[in-house]
Write a protein that binds this ligand. Structure first.
Ligand SMILES: C[S@@+](CC[C@H](N)C(=O)[O-])C[C@H]1O[C@@H](n2cnc3c(N)ncnc32)[C@H](O)[C@@H]1O
Length: 197
């Protein structure tokens, strides 16, 4: 049996919390589908009656995600070659139970195509609008490269400034690892100013 040790796998921890907010039939957003790993996990959680909107700006990511979905027999995903800044053109406001941003560049792909601070901040604000009360926005951030460092700082400033009556923000960092492991930000939209779940 596979060993379960979530704090050694940051992306697994980020996804595990996210999945606990998703029920069958839900609408979910994968803002940066990349190789499709997160998309598959989200699509399984949303189930046949749910829908995942998966965004990425590069053709290679779209191809890899579609391949992975096919291999996993999943057909409840709309894979869109669009920026996450256009999420409001596709996903109705207040409808999504979860939105996931896994920032940076595509592993095994072109490292010059990376999320950028300005676009990410715009995309996060758009995604927040699509969340239903009680929904969660998950951001996985990498500060091991120059753009990622700036991006993380600005995302953290943005999250700290969110209205505490409307949102609850939490942040996790691995304290003693050397290889710049990813860091996690979770934001949940409160239900009528009451803490959700
Ligand atoms: C770290 S990878 C995502 C990994 C993916 N979640 C997975 O499970 O394999 C980051 C992705 O963000 C994409 N990206 C960069 N800017 C974007 C934007 N404005 N909108 C959507 N995707 C973007 C990149 O093309 C890259 O594929």
């Amino acid at each position: 049996m596979e060993e379960i040790n979530l704090i050694t796998r940051t992306t697994g921890l980020a996804m595990s919390v996210t999945l606990s907010y998703i029920d069958k039939g839900d609408t979910v957003i994968d803002a940066t589908c990349g190789a499709g790993q997160d998309t598959v996990a989200l699509a399984n959680a949303a189930g046949r009656d749910g829908c995942v909107y998966a965004f990425d700006i590069q053709e290679e990511a779209i191809r890899r995600t579609k391949d992975r979905l096919r291999e996993n027999g999943l057909s409840n995903v709309r894979v869109l070659k669009e920026s996450f800044t256009s999420v409001n053109d596709f996903v109705p406001e207040g409808s999504a139970s979860a939105a996931v941003f896994n920032l940076g560049y595509l592993p095994g792909g072109d490292h010059s195509i990376t999320t950028t601070a300005d676009e990410t901040l715009e995309g996060l604000a758009c995604a927040l609008r699509t969340l239903r009360p009680g929904g969660i926005l998950t951001v996985v951030m990498y500060d091991g490269h120059d753009e990622g460092r700036t991006e993380k700082q600005r995302v953290m400033e943005w999250a700290k400034a969110l209205d505490p009556k409307q949102y609850h923000a939490a942040y996790v960092n691995m304290l003693n690892q050397r290889s710049d492991p990813p860091e996690i930000l979770w934001i949940t939209k409160k239900k009528n100013g009451v803490r959700p779940r």
